[in-house]
Design a protein around this ligand. Structure first.
Ligand code: MN
Ligand code: FE
Length: 341
């Protein structure tokens, strides 16, 4: 991109009356453009991953323990509906209020990635022969999953009102809470106990196909989260009056409540622990991640927990190149380097 095309445009990320949403150039928020390009560089589809060994293990009587089966089912149940809730929020809520064209370009890409993620769970259900009525009802029938979904959905009800406008301090704060709920809490906290469990399972050579797909999803989600934090930090910089102490306290409090729910989910999905990891270590991982999110928003850390799973950090930076050696070439282009978790 020519630097001359950048930073020429004035305007703001929300409530911008001076920018035509159809005029892509010149750009103002180059981070949105960079996230778009990184997303495209990470392209993948679930069918690239073979499920044959997973199917054998799932159908075999002794390849997986009851604990391991529960962990797989809980995570398929949670993610299968969390991905479509997230997609709906982008398209029905955030997109309407963020009229900036480079941000919208990123959100269209993100919405496509959420469609790939929902497709992944269709593929997993089909491959393993799971009853869709069981899996897709878990967000209502399993209390620890239901509590997480209700928590984010309740935070976003006012934004879903077609008459809602970001036309006052209070309404901009409501809009930011929606972005916090989906980007920071759903994608940045509620996904992470599940990521750790599924990648820990893969480290035991169990359900490696699903584990690979979770790794790709996690790599996408780290970009979604980065975009969400950049969006919040930009709104904050352009509307400093919203970021008062009471509002900062509200966000920290929401993140604390979310961590309580994610801890409960981790214990419910994996009550006795697994692979030498106890449920408390999954909880510590979630708390470690929650602090990273708070720091990214310029808010004080709460938990000060060490990362119990340093091996998780690698998963977000992995290039798909490794599949060149293991299975077949699946690179569309060189993956962008993602260093932020
Ligand atoms: Mn997703
Ligand atoms: Fe996402």
């Amino acid at each position: 991109m020519q630097p001359a095309q950048l930073y020429k445009r004035k305007g703001s990320i929300i409530n911008d009356n001076s920018t035509d949403p159809n005029k892509m150039l010149p750009m103002r928020y180059t981070w949105a453009r960079e996230h778009y390009k990184s997303g495209v560089a990470n392209n993948w589809t679930p069918e690239e991953v073979s499920m044959q060994k997973d199917v054998e293990q799932w159908k075999s009587k002794d390849a997986l323990s009851e604990t391991e089966r529960r962990l797989v089912l809980w995570n398929l149940g949670f993610f299968s509906t969390a991905e479509s809730l997230t997609a709906n929020n982008i398209v029905l809520a955030v997109y309407r209020h963020v009229t900036n064209p480079e941000c919208r370009q990123y959100m269209l890409r993100q919405a496509y990635e959420e469609a790939v993620h929902t497709d992944t769970f269709i593929y997993c259900c089909d491959s393993l022969g799971l009853d869709p009525d069981d899996i897709y009802n878990m967000y209502q029938s399993v209390p620890s999953i239901k509590a997480k979904d209700e928590f984010v959905v309740n935070l976003t009800l006012s934004i879903m009102d077609p008459a809602f406008k970001t036309d006052s301090k209070e309404n901009i704060q409501k809009f930011v809470l929606d972005v916090v709920a989906f980007y920071v809490i759903m994608e940045g906290i509620f996904f992470y106990a599940g990521f750790a469990m599924m990648l820990a399972l893969r480290r035991q050579q169990k359900m490696e196909g699903i584990g690979q797909q979770f790794e790709y999803i996690m790599r996408d989600e780290s970009l979604h989260l980065a975009y969400g934090c950049d969006l919040i930090n930009t709104i904050k910089a352009e509307n400093p009056e919203i970021w008062d102490q009471a509002f900062q306290d509200t966000i920290v409090d929401l993140i604390r409540q979310a961590v309580v729910l994610e801890r409960a989910y981790a214990v419910d999905a994996c009550p006795q622990g697994v692979f030498g990891i106890n449920a408390e270590q999954f909880c510590n991982y979630v708390e470690h991640m929650a602090d990273r999110r708070l720091e990214r928003l310029g808010l004080p850390k709460v938990y000060n927990k060490e990362n119990p799973f340093p091996w998780m950090a690698q998963a977000t930076d992995l290039s798909k190149e490794k599949n060149f050696f293991e299975t077949r070439v699946t690179e569309y282009q060189t993956a962008g380097s993602l260093t932020w978790d």
